[in-house]
Design a binder for this molecule. Structure first.
Ligand SMILES: NC(=O)c1ccc[n+]([C@@H]2O[C@H](COP(=O)([O-])OP(=O)(O)OC[C@H]3O[C@@H](n4cnc5c(N)ncnc54)[C@H](OP(=O)(O)O)[C@@H]3O)[C@@H](O)[C@H]2O)c1
Length: 248
């Protein structure tokens, strides 16, 4: 049996296990399993790795950074973003990848082109690093917005978001968990009154499909997209990585 799984904590409503088990059923893949490993400390990965049939792991909150010391090889994107959400196990070696980057890039570019645009990234956590990597690659300038800016010149407070700044940044990306199930009444403290039809709002959240962040954008005439496609694309990118080598 070829085994795959997800490490994180908590994993209550994780998307990946259902996604892969449905995929195995639909595509008649009978020699693979995908399990959740809900671990309270990253050190518990050592016991999980003792299973010689385990060929790949996805990694979610809060271990995307903490898993890195356990890896033998780091993909360039992991080195730059400092975050890993996909581990391939081959010949007893663990290689780390970041398929959030692939997911965000393909999902963003499907509906949008970077012509003369600047972006605002809300939140400075793990996913914001993947988003910033893609924007840099596409040559798009961006500003981070944080509750506690780190002092770097491209990181500001929510209170600093003026009408001028918002008119100069047409792509707004929510990388905070605000609005995610079950806290669906929450939304980032962004001055939505300055949004126009020229804006494009991308929310990494996929549950609910339409967050208040996106609804407020729609109300201003902006185009919107949620994180559902990104999630599926990152899952398929993980699958491709796990199947790209000889395995363990
Ligand atoms: N669709 C996908 O494939 C996909 C992939 C990855 C993540 N996601 C989603 O993206 C969201 C963020 O994930 P993540 O991994 O980046 O999480 P994270 O590492 O916990 O970072 C979230 C960031 O949001 C900001 N934040 C947190 N709580 C906040 C609050 N109460 N008010 C204002 N800002 C707050 C913080 O930035 P500051 O401290 O700087 O304010 C924090 O660093 C989650 O909803 C996750 O499910 C989706």
């Amino acid at each position: 049996m070829k085994k795959f799984g997800l490490i994180g904590y908590p994993l209550g409503h994780s998307f990946s296990r259902n996604y892969f088990n449905n995929k195995f059923l639909e595509e008649a893949i009978t020699d693979c399993t995908y399990s959740n490993f809900e671990i309270k400390s990253i050190d518990a990965i050592t016991a999980i790795l003792k299973d010689k049939e385990l060929l790949g792991l996805n990694v979610t909150i809060p271990y995307k950074q903490a898993v890195i010391p356990f890896l033998h090889n780091l993909d360039e994107v992991v080195k730059i973003t400092g975050a890993c959400n996909c581990v391939h196990i081959a010949e007893q070696k663990l290689s780390g990848f970041n398929t959030d980057v692939t997911g965000f890039e393909k999902s963003l570019m499907e509906k949008w082109r970077p012509e003369d645009c600047r972006a605002i990234i809300l939140g400075t956590g793990g996913s914001s690093k993947a988003v910033a990597y893609v924007l840099s690659k596409q040559g798009i300038e961006y500003l981070f917005v944080s509750r506690k800016p780190d002092g770097s010149p491209n990181c500001i407070k929510y209170e600093d978001l003026t009408e001028k700044l918002i008119s100069e940044h047409s792509l707004i990306i929510n990388c905070t968990p605000l609005g995610m199930h079950p806290e669906i009444d929450a939304f980032p403290p962004f001055p939505y009154r300055f949004l126009t039809r020229e804006h494009y709002l991308f929310d990494l959240i996929y549950n609910p499909p339409k967050t208040l962040f996106l609804k407020k954008g729609e109300a201003a005439g902006a185009r919107t997209k949620n994180g559902a496609d990104m999630l599926k694309i990152q899952a398929e990118a993980s699958w491709d990585i796990w199947n790209s080598g000889s395995g363990r």
